[in-house]
Write a protein that binds this ligand. Structure first.
Ligand code: MLT
Length: 277
């Protein structure tokens, strides 16, 4: 209980100029409008895996080698990319569309942030849709962690920063504040978040939606006709899974564990059958 945890917010991915600076760190990727929310939704609806790509060209190259079951997904300027199968609206990622598919994803700030975190010890994807699961992961981890806000085109954005503040706010409810070492950015996020999305210590979806409508990207998505995405992404704890990046692939933690068990069992079978021969 005495162990001190340092929380660090990186307010926009463009501040990461050397990807190796994230080596060995615990990272939470935050791009709530909309990459984090979309990746989570696609996995809930049965996507086999998500492969995040740093840009469009790399995504196209990966897709060529990925076979028939692969879909090219993502956006530029919030819109579907020419030749891609799906855009970046979580509402497109229905079970009929993505079940059992490998999704190769390229989004402007979101998947770029994930790509930059490929050397991390743990890299998880957080959003309001899996808020409590994200908090629980960090609570159980009980180690220093860094929250990377994807931001908007290299700049700061309100919604990711507020979400980062919400995470800290929730941990502050669970443990004495003295457990955490925070400094200027984290103090600012914590104070802003209580102002914008909390009421009497409770996170409120309607306030999250209002905060989206204050933000540049929220307003922009609204002009593109994506207001339903703002509603969808303002839901708290719709899902209780945590997507995690391992060796360039995103799946739910429990699915990676299942894969490992399967591999171990196959090894056992091989060894056992070897004995009989
Ligand atoms: C991004 O990666 O920049 C965003 O997810 C953009 C979007 O809302 O589609």
């Amino acid at each position: 209980l005495d162990k001190k945890i340092r929380i660090n917010i990186i307010p926009t991915q463009s501040l990461i100029t050397d990807d190796l600076s994230l080596k060995g760190k615990n990272i939470v990727i935050v791009d709530i409008l909309r990459t984090s929310s979309t990746i989570l939704t696609s996995l809930v609806n049965g996507a086999r895996e998500v492969i995040p790509s740093e840009n469009i060209n790399t995504a196209v190259r990966i897709a060529k080698g990925a076979g028939k079951n692969a879909l090219l997904c993502g956006e530029r300027d919030g819109k579907l990319v020419k030749g891609f199968n799906l855009g970046n609206s979580p509402l497109e990622y229905s079970r009929e569309m993505v079940n059992d598919k490998t999704l190769i994803f390229a989004t402007t700030n979101g998947t770029l942030s994930i790509h930059k975190s490929r050397f991390a010890k743990n890299c998880i994807i957080g959003s309001y849709l899996n808020f409590s699961s994200t908090v629980n992961f960090l609570k159980t981890l009980n180690e220093d962690f860094t929250i990377i806000c994807a931001g908007k085109l290299g700049n700061f954005c309100l919604e990711d920063f507020i979400f980062a503040g919400s995470l800290i706010s929730e941990l502050y409810k669970l443990f004495p504040h003295s457990k955490y070492i925070i400094s200027d950015s984290e103090i600012m996020a914590l104070n802003l978040t209580s102002n914008l999305v909390y009421d009497n210590g409770n996170l409120i979806s309607a306030k999250i939606k209002d905060m989206y409508l204050l933000s540049e990207h929220g307003k922009y998505l609204q002009t593109l006709g994506f207001e339903s995405d703002l509603n969808f992404c303002s839901q708290v704890d719709l899902f209780n899974h945590v997507p995690v990046l391992r060796k360039g692939i995103i799946k739910f933690i429990e699915d990676f564990e299942q894969d490992m068990l399967l591999k171990q069992n196959l090894k056992k079978i091989k060894i056992d059958s070897g004995k009989h021969n």
